[in-house]
Write a protein that binds this ligand. Sequence first.
Ligand code: AMP
Ligand code: ZN
Length: 466
Amino acid sequence: MKLYNTLTRKKEEFIPINPNQVNMYVCGPTVYNFFHIGNGRTFIVFDTIRKYLEYRGYKVNFIQNFTDIDDKMIKRANEDEITVKELGDRFIEEYYKDADGLNIKRATVNPRATEFMSEIIKFVEELIEKGYAYEIDGDVYFQTKKFSEYGKLSGQNLEELQAGARINIDERKKDPMDFAIWKKQKPGEPAWESPWGLGRPGWHIECSCMAYKLLGETIDIHAGGFDLVFPHHENEIAQSECRTGKPFANYWMHSAFLNVDNQKMSKSLNNFFTAREVLQKYDAEVIRLFMLSGHYRTQLNFSEELLESAKAGLERIYNAVGNLENLLNEVTLENMNDDEKEYAKVIEGYKTKYIEKMDDDFNTADAISVIFDMIRDMNTNINRNSSKELINFSLSIIRELGEPLGIAQKTTKLDLEKDIEDLVNKRQQARKDKNWALADEIRDELKNMGIVLEDTPQGVRWKKID
Ligand code: AMP
Ligand code: ZN
């Protein structure tokens, strides 16, 4: 399996430290608001990569943090007249609602920065002891020039970075590129006791610390959106490698932006849609198909048109699934004959091709094309004369290949049947309760769905009328 490593600017063979396990850290959201669908792209991309690694047999230790203390958190908490902790609790809960809604698998651990305070303080202390950081009047800065490899991730040296950066000139810093790892408390801000007085950590040190505590000195994959390459990840590398003397992460992965009119979707530009808004209009599978129809390192424009086309694409998949499911009720042949065994190999061939595409730096766009080709092939070659075994095999392959992408996971028919069963049961209860009006209402609702009920001695039966 190959993946593009931002650090080396090359596609490299992926070799995890432990052959069966992948330790992965993804920078998560700042929990001061609902997340937008641009953040959603990054979450979906790395959820897909995680699921694909699992599909390929790795055990994935997937850590995604919550940034629950920073300027934005403090500002919003003040506006809402609640504590920063209350704000974090609230939007972490909202995060889970939306992430679950997008079929994002829960992380192995979602650490919160504020729960690692004593560890972070220890980290800062150690950097000072080793001479990489210095304290000035309650603030602690990392001294970038002490780390000779500073700039290696973004591919620039210190002078270039300095020339290009719009940095606040802080007279107290030894060098303009030095960054805060501990910030002295300002009036009204939440703060923690430390050897440098009351204060709070800088954003970069939080991630360095949580990755170190939960995954160890060197991790396999560190990931996040493209905007995090500099300064966030560059600074994480500097802190972590100065502390341990070891490489911080072997592979660095960054996903490209979701744009609106060719500009990054962001809260500050006010050109965003929350994941929740989009989920009200589109099914999670449509959103995922849209997101994954482009390569994760290519920018993607958020547009109604592209979402509609993803919707139409997903319908094609479900039409095929529906047809296969219907055929299962019609066909009589149980097992595959020799011709079908040959055809099953053709289907296996699509799977091999899909794996080739995904193994090549998670090329979801091409992998999705393979799924469409496979479905077209199935539509023409599977019919009333096919065996149940072949049909079940085809259904299971569609589901299997859709799984890491988060598409084609529903069995439309069963879902519908479950809805019907639920309504039938609800009507039975209504009748027991002698709530005839409700019972009739449900009977009418079912009728509108094309379902008629028959009361039999064995209980209520339903059937579909065409
Ligand atoms: P934040 O809550 O701003 O720290 O962002 C959480 C994650 O979403 C980070 O990994 C960001 O890089 C990523 N992100 C922010 N905006 C976008 C966007 N428009 N497209 C893709 N990823 C984004
Ligand atoms: Zn981070």
